[in-house]
Ligand binder design. Structure first.
Ligand SMILES: [Fe+2]
Ligand SMILES: [Fe+2]
Length: 343
């Protein structure tokens, strides 16, 4: 065996300092004990998508058009929840490289794990609703609406891919404080929409799925708030400016599922929204509760006002979101290579 050419161990007593960022040396600082409680709750709340009451619902009771419409909604959710695991896994790596405290690393790990469950549920729903396919793109539509929805899905994935390319470039550039502020927006809104859908859906299967997902999202929100309390009092000025921009980017990105996709980010065919609305009306009529335009708008507005209230306390400017009637700092040019928002 050849010797490592750079062997230095015999030339000095202790090795030179490790070049950062690196996950070594390993250490286990523990300061933010609130996150320890959230971690314990995440273990207590652990749930298995396979154990949802799948047998309580026979999917054949729906028409093909209804199945396509409900599956479309899960596919849309899957654009966001499907990016959850890789997005948060990248954040976990960052917490290790930055030698974050042990409870912070575990907090992000728990989110990664939860998001994996959420995306598993999306996949199982799509599979069962569309008669055994692994992706809505593999499905051969049975109705005219189904054909248009499949085209929508192609465009959703095209835009999702753009988001992922941007995210990969953005992660190394920003501090964890900027990163989780971008996450926070999605978590606040997610916690509220899933709660509503759990209440509104007729079928116990959907209710249970949304209840479990919503409970996870509430913990994610608690994690973001705890980190905010830790980091924002000493936030560098340049980070504050980036956070304002990220909130606006978050609005644009997440609106696709929480409201309607704005053209500033979403590059979609002109009939996309009309098709999506049509599909949502059919799902709703079949007992699958999706908030309507006005309800979504009001939810979204409330979530953002919540976040604005939090950021105000730390003197971080909120962006203008005129689409839902929120005044603030005008953000015009967003570089989509810089976006982080996630669900
Ligand atoms: Fe999620
Ligand atoms: Fe989440």
């Amino acid at each position: 065996m050849s010797m490592n050419k750079e062997a230095i161990a015999d030339t000095m007593e202790l090795p030179p300092p490790i070049t950062e960022p690196n996950i070594f040396p390993v250490r286990w600082d523990r300061k933010t004990m609130k996150l320890e409680e959230v971690w314990d709750a995440s273990l207590r709340d652990a749930w298995d998508p396979k154990k949802l009451p799948w047998d309580s619902l026979s999917f054949e009771q729906y028409s093909w058009e209804q199945r396509e419409a409900i599956a479309y909604w899960w596919t849309l959710l899957g654009v966001f929840d499907g990016s959850g695991p890789p997005v948060f896994a990248a954040a976990v790596i960052k917490t290790f490289e930055e030698h974050e405290e042990d409870p912070v690393r575990r907090a992000f790990f728990s989110i990664t794990r939860d998001e994996m469950n959420h995306e598993v549920v999306c996949g199982m729903m799509v599979e069962k609703l569309l008669g055994g396919v692994s992706s809505a793109l593999d499905y051969e539509p049975k109705t005219e609406l189904g054909r248009r929805l499949k085209r929508n899905v192609h465009w959703l994935y095209h835009n999702g891919a753009r988001y992922w390319n941007g995210y990969k470039k953005a992660v190394p550039k920003y501090s964890l404080a900027v990163l989780f502020s971008s996450f926070m927006m999605g978590e606040i809104a997610a916690a509220s929409i899933f709660h509503q859908m759990a209440n509104g859906c007729k079928e116990i299967l959907f209710k249970e799925a949304f209840r479990s997902i919503g409970r996870d999202e509430a913990r994610h929100m608690a994690i973001c708030m705890t980190l905010m309390e830790r980091d924002y009092p000493n936030l560098p000025q340049e980070d504050a400016a980036i956070i304002t921009k990220q909130i606006r980017a978050g609005y644009l990105f997440l609106s696709a599922v929480l409201f309607e996709p704005p053209p500033e980010f979403w590059d979609l065919p002109s009939d996309f929204i009309a098709t999506q609305r049509e599909s949502e009306a059919i799902a709703r009529a079949a007992g699958f509760f999706i908030p309507d335009y006005e309800q979504k708008k009001e939810n979204w507005r409330k979530s953002m006002l919540n976040l604005k209230g939090l950021l105000d306390k730390y003197g971080i400017a909120f962006p203008a979101i005129p689409e839902v009637g929120i005044q603030g700092q005008e953000i015009t040019a967003i570089d989509w290579d810089d976006i982080i928002p996630v669900f």
